[in-house]
Design a protein around this ligand. Structure first.
Ligand SMILES: Cc1cc2nc3c(=O)[nH]c(=O)nc-3n(C[C@H](O)[C@H](O)[C@H](O)COP(=O)(O)O)c2cc1C
Length: 308
C-alpha cells in the first residue's frame, strides 16, 4: 500500500515535524499542497500545541498530524490532547511511544514512530504501531548512525508494516530510490525549509540556499544527542570543543536557545541552523505545492528512464 492510500493524502509524502518551525499554519499549508502536514510539538507546551491544532483545523479540511518528541516534559499531556482533538496521525521521535500506543489505537489514531535502526522497528511492530519512518543520518535535526541507503532496506526486511523513508530526499531521483529500497513513501524536511510558506527567518533560508553538499556537520556525538546542522561559528566551535573532551554543561551553553535564535532572530552565526545533507540541492524558494509536484514528476521521469 502506498503512503497516500494509508494517509488519505494526494501524494505519498509527509512534511517532517520540525520543532519551532512546523506551526499549525505551516502544517495546514503542506496538507493543502497535497502532503501530510505535521505540527512539530517539540519546543511547545500543551496549550501552545492546542492553539496550533486549532489554527491548522481553521486553515485546512485535509488530514494533518502531530509530531511528539517523547523527551518533551509535556509528552503525557500531549498524548491525551491528540486523542481529544481527534488527530488522525501521530509521529514520534526520540525513543519508543510504547506506553501511548494502546490508547492512541483505541482512538483510531495512526501511530508512526521515527526509527534509526531495524531493532527498534521490530520492537515497535510488536507494540502495534501502523508504520515506521526509517530516518537516515543524512537528515537534518536529530540523527542516528545509519544512512538511508543502508537503513531503509534493512528495516523493510525486519518488519511487515509499511516503511516510510526519510533523510536525503529532495528530488524525484531520491524519491524513486526510496521506493526502490522498499519504502511506501517518504518524509522530507530540509527541502521544505526553503518553501515560501516555511516560517523560518529569511537569513536561515538564505543559509540553506547557499549551502553546498558538505556544508553540514553533526554536533553532539560525544553527548549522545547528535544533531545535523549547517556549519557556522557555533557548530564549528561546538565540534572543536567536543574533541577536547570538555564538560557537557559547557557544550550546552553553546546550544541553549540556539534553534530559536536561528528560526526567529535569523542569527546565522550562533544559531542552530538544522538542515540535512540535501541542503546543497535546494536552490530556490518556491511554494510547497511546486516542491511536491517536482518530487512526484521527477520520480516518474526517473522510473521511466530506468525502464527505458
Ligand atoms: C530544521 C529541522 C528540524 C527538525 N525537527 C524535528 C523534530 O522536532 N521532530 C522530528 O521527529 N524530526 C525532526 N526533524 C527531522 C524531519 O522531521 C525529517 O525526518 C527530516 O528532515 C528528513 O530528512 P531531510 O532533512 O534530509 O529531508 C527535523 C528536521 C529539520 C531539517
Amino acid at each position: 500500500m502506498k503512503l497516500n492510500e494509508l494517509l488519505g493524502t494526494e501524494f505519498p509524502i509527509i512534511q517532517g515535524g520540525m520543532a519551532n518551525i512546523a506551526t499549525g499554519e505551516f502544517a495546514a499549508a503542506c496538507s493543502n499542497a497535497g502532503a501530510l502536514g505535521l505540527i512539530g510539538a517539540g519546543g511547545m507546551n500543551t496549550e501552545t500545541l492546542r492553539q496550533h491544532i486549532h489554527t491548522a483545523k481553521s486553515l485546512t479540511d485535509k488530514p494533518f498530524g502531530v509530531n511528539i518528541m517523547l523527551m518533551n516534559p509535556c509528552a503525557d499531556e500531549m498524548a491525551q490532547l491528540v486523542i481529544e482533538e481527534k488527530i488522525p496521525v501521530v509521529t514520534t521521535g526520540a525513543g519508543s511511544p510504547g506506553k501511548y500506543v494502546a490508547a492512541w489505537k483505541a482512538a483510531g489514531i495512526k501511530v508512526i514512530p521515527v526509527v534509526s535502526a531495524a531493532v527498534l522497528a521490530r520492537h515497535l511492530e510488536k507494540v502495534g504501531v501502523d508504520a515506521v519512518i526509517a530516518e537516515g543520518t543524512e537528515s537534518g535535526g536529530h540523527v542516528g548512525e545509519l544512512t538511508t541507503m543502508a537503513l531503509v532496506p534493512q528495516v523493510c526486511d525486519a518488519v511487515k508494516i509499511p516503511v516510510i523513508a526519510a533523510g536525503g530526499i529532495a528530488d524525484g531521483r531520491q524519491l524513486a530510490a526510496a521506493f526502490a529500497l522498499g519504502a511506501c513513501g517518504v518524509q522530507v524536511g530540509t527541502c521544505l525549509l526553503v518553501s515560501q510558506e516555511c516560517p523560518i527567518h529569511e537569513n536561515y533560508k538564505a543559509a540553506v540556499l547557499k549551502a553546498k553538499d558538505n556544508d553540514t556537520i553533526v554536533t553532539g556525538r560525544s553527548t549522545g544527542a547528535p544533531v545535523r546542522v549547517l556549519k557556522n561559528k557555533m557548530s564549528r566551535e561546538y565540534v572543536r570543543l567536543e574533541k577536547t573532551g570538555i564538560d557537557k554543561m559547557e557544550l550546552e551553553k553553546l546550544t541553549l536557545g540556539s534553534l530559536r535564535r536561528a528560526v526567529f532572530d535569523g542569527d546565522t552565526a550562533t544559531g542552530s541552523l538544522m538542515a540535512g545533507q540535501v541542503a546543497g540541492m535546494c536552490h530556490e524558494i518556491r511554494p510547497v505545492r511546486a516542491i511536491l509536484e517536482d518530487l512526484m514528476a521527477g520520480c516518474k521521469a526517473c522510473v521511466a528512464g530506468l525502464e527505458a
